[in-house]
Design a protein around this ligand. Structure first.
Ligand code: GAR
Length: 216
């Protein structure tokens, strides 16, 4: 099987990268991580990747005069590694319009809310304060405007009466670790088609225990 080569961009802890890495241990999984790029030196995600013998590179954004030159260097590394899918996994930096165009429909992100609600940062407390009954997480293709783009997968997570931001975040994260490897698998299997800024998934099987609703 020819596997889809994936580059993962990280800034921190790397638990979503780890979830994808764990999925790639299955010989039947159709994708492999060929490169991990961090914009933050010493990010925990880098140690996790090195432990799995994956090539890592740190590209510190502070060493570049502007966003475009930083992004161009990231693109150069991704191309050199031969990757055809770029996965943002807790990559806490906005990407330039050039970068988003260069990787159009080959660039995905996970965000801890049911987009298009609750874009941006500090989403958990904002959801609790708004009194929503469900939060969740979204895997989506990336467009230039922050936290926008065709939705590939979502999982819903109920808010509990005694939730604080940390408890709620932990339960959402569990679902992130299910839907992100699944979305990468669907893409690698060629099941995801984007038309009119809506992504549809054909013939996919949901993750066990995840509350996922299909559009196919
Ligand atoms: C995850 O919860 C991810 O959804 C969020 O950052 C966390 C990274 O955790 N991403 C965003 O908020 C992007 N807008 P991780 O480093 O353990 O994967």
């Amino acid at each position: 099987m020819v596997k889809l080569k994936v580059a993962v961009l990280v800034s921190g802890r790397g638990s979503n990268m780890q979830a994808i890495l764990d999925a790639t241990q299955d010989p039947d999984y159709p994708a492999e991580i060929a490169l991990v790029v961090s914009n933050i030196e010493g990010a925990a995600a880098l140690d996790r990747a090195r432990d799995a013998n994956i090539k890592t590179v740190t590209i510190a954004h502070k060493d570049f005069p502007d966003r475009e030159s930083f992004d161009a260097e990231v693109t150069r590394e991704i191309k050199e590694a031969g990757c055809a899918l770029v996965v943002l996994a807790g990559f806490m930096r906005l990407l330039s319009e050039e970068f988003c165009s260069a990787w159009h429909n080959q660039l995905i992100n996970i965000h801890p809310s049911l987009l298009p609600s609750f874009k941006g940062l500090d989403v958990y407390q904002r959801m609790i304060d708004a009194g929503v009954r469900f939060g969740g997480c979204t895997v989506h293709y990336v467009r230039h405007e922050m936290d926008t783009g065709p939705i590939i997968a979502q999982a819903a997570v109920p808010v509990h009466p005694d939730d604080d931001a940390d408890k709620f975040a932990a339960r959402i994260l569990e679902q992130e670790h299910k839907i992100y490897p699944l979305a990468v698998k669907w893409i690698a299997e060629g099941r995801v088609r984007v038309s009119g800024e809506v992504a549809r998934v054909t013939g996919a099987v949901p993750a066990e225990g995840a509350l996922i609703n299909f559009q196919s």
